[in-house]
Structures are given as structure tokens and as C-alpha cells.
Design a protein. Structure first.
Length: 299
């Protein structure tokens, strides 16, 4: 998960292309070394890019709920949620074996206002209400969402890699949530800001997980450095030098390095092999997809 600024490898090391050996791992390592050297002179790095929070124009059912309940939906990794019968009403069914999560529903009581003679509802407390996320259901497609956001999702580089791995890619209203993006193990990537740096960060988390290396719990400095450095490396290799946001990358990693009481460059070097393995498996998968579709990938 990427928050705002506040080595075992199972990846193939080379790919044959037109009789030529291509080493994606090597490309990643060279780019990573270059970035780490840049970190040694933080004053020369560009300022972090401004965050462009996503504000969806469509109205998923959960947008009618309190902000606290909307946050529960996001934290559980979904873009929309409804009760069992509410999904039935829109032609969708909860998949067999899916488990509900709970939001808070008010317990109300009507009282008569003696002065006005009108009935007023007061909240006595709250109860848990079982709901299911959109990705836990199947059936009729929902009404089309925000076309601007959907078009942006479809334009993401390497989106086909995430889809090949069976991941759902979605968005949420990011402002005020407290994190910019989230990877849900083996299931989904959700983005709350409109920038490639966060997308690459979460995709590297997914690759790290696919390599069997993402074993830390919570916001651990190693996995977060892998994702942040790996995201910058990935974008540098793809030619998105501005979007790699090295200034923001340095600030992000610096916070974790200070908590661990190590230097930024030292921390990056400790996770270098794991980072390059994650970037490598992303590029390897992209290469395999292009070859399968008959595309030419030799540069």
C-alpha cells in the first residue's frame, strides 16, 4: 500500500528475442543503481510531483453511506458494496463461498416531539450490517461508470500484466482517505490518485508477491522500499522519466529509512536484488503477452 508522503527469486533472468539474449533483470539492476546514486545527492533531485486525487463522477451504491462506511469498503479492497438482497435487485449474485464484511448501520427510534407534535428519529447506537463487495459478485454488468476514469485505467502501461495475473484494477475517491493506492494480495489494485508512480508502486507489490517475497505484515520498510524503488525503476526503463517521480520516491523511502535508522541508499541496496526480481517478472510477463499476441518486442 502506498501512503502519502507523511533474496529468493523465481523470475527468468533472460529472454531470447530474434536470436539475441535480453536480460530484463540486468536492465532493472542498472536503472536501480543509477537511481540509488542519484539519491546520494538529494539536493539535485526534482521536487515530488503534486498528487492528483481521483474524484469519481459516478455514484456507486456505497457513496450514499457515511464516510466511515465508505472507508470500510475501500479498506476491504472494493470499489462498491451492497447487501445480499441489494445485489439481487441489480441482477447480480454473491459468489459461492464469499464472506461478508461489516459496516455500521444506525439503530433508530422514533419519538414524538411534545412541543411540535412531530415524530423525530434519534440514533440509539449502531449495529453491524453484512455487505459484499462488487468483486465478490457475478451477473449483469452495472451501469457504466465514470468514462474519464475508466479511459485512464485502460491507458495504464502494463495493465495487461495485472490482468494476466488475475488482478482487478479499480479506483476510489482518494482525497482524505490516508493512502494513495492499495494492493490486495492476489486480487486487486485500487488507485486513489491519478499518477503512474502510484500505479507502478502497487504493480511492483503484486510482482513481489508473485515472486513469493512479499511476506512482511503491514507497512514494513523492506516491502515498501521494494515497491517504491521498483516503481521508479520500472518507469525509468519504460521511458516515463518524469512520471518516475524520483523526488517523491526519495521522500517516501527516506521516511522508512529514518524509522529503521539507516541511510536511504543503504536501505535501497539491501533490497536491490528483490526489487530487480519484481521488476523483472513484470517485464517478462509483458514480453510473454506480446509474443503470444504476435507482437514484435525486440528493440
Amino acid at each position: 500500500m502506498k501512503h502519502p508522503y507523511s533474496v529468493a527469486m523465481s523470475v527468468s533472468r533472460v529472454i531470447l528475442c530474434g536470436g539475441r539474449v535480453m536480460g530484463f533483470y540486468g536492465h532493472a539492476q542498472a536503472a536501480a543503481q543509477k537511481i540509488v546514486h542519484a539519491f546520494e545527492d538529494a539536493n539535485s533531485l526534482p521536487k515530488p510531483l503534486a498528487q492528483m486525487f481521483i474524484r469519481r463522477k459516478d455514484t456507486p451504491h456505497c457513496r450514499k453511506w457515511s464516510w466511515g462506511n465508505q472507508l470500510l469498503v475501500i479498506l476491504n479492497g472494493f470499489t462498491d458494496a451492497r447487501g445480499f438482497h441489494q445485489w439481487h435487485e441489480v441482477g447480480r449474485n454473491v459468489k459461492k463461498g464469499e464472506k461478508a464484511f461489516y459496516i455500521l448501520g444506525p439503530v433508530k427510534k422514533k419519538l414524538l416531539d411534545k412541543e411540535t407534535g412531530e415524530e423525530k428519529a434519534i440514533v440509539l447506537g449502531f449495529k453491524g450490517v453484512a455487505v459484499f463487495g462488487l468483486q465478490q459478485t457475478e451477473g449483469a454488468p452495472l451501469a457504466s461508470g465514470d468514462p474519464d476514469i475508466e479511459n485512464w485505467i485502460q491507458s495504464l502501461p502494463l495493465l495487461d500484466v495485472a490482468q494476466q495475473w488475475g488482478l482487478t484494477v479499480g479506483t476510489f475517491d482518494g482525497e482524505g482517505v490516508g493512502f494513495l493506492g492499495r494492493y490486495r494480495h492476489g486480487k486487486a489494485i485500487d488507485l486513489g490518485v491519478k499518477n503512474l508512480s502510484t500505479w507502478a508502486h502497487e504493480l511492483v507489490h503484486a510482482a513481489d508477491d508473485r515472486n513469493g517475497s512479499l511476506k512482511e505484515k503491514g507497512q514494513h520498510w523492506r516491502s515498501e522500499m521494494v515497491a517504491e524503488l521498483g516503481g521508479a525503476v520500472l518507469l525509468e526503463i519504460l521511458g516515463f522519466k518524469h512520471e518516475a517521480d524520483l523526488g517523491g520516491c526519495w521522500v517516501y523511502i527516506k521516511e522508512y529509512a529514518e524509522k529503521e535508522k539507516i541511510g536511504v541508499a543503504e536501505g535501497c541496496m539491501q533490497v536491490l536484488d528483490r526489487t530487480c526480481a519484481a521488476v523483472g517478472v513484470i517485464l517478462d510477463t509483458a514480453e510473454q503477452i506480446k509474443r503470444a499476441s504476435g507482437g514484435v518486442t525486440c528493440g
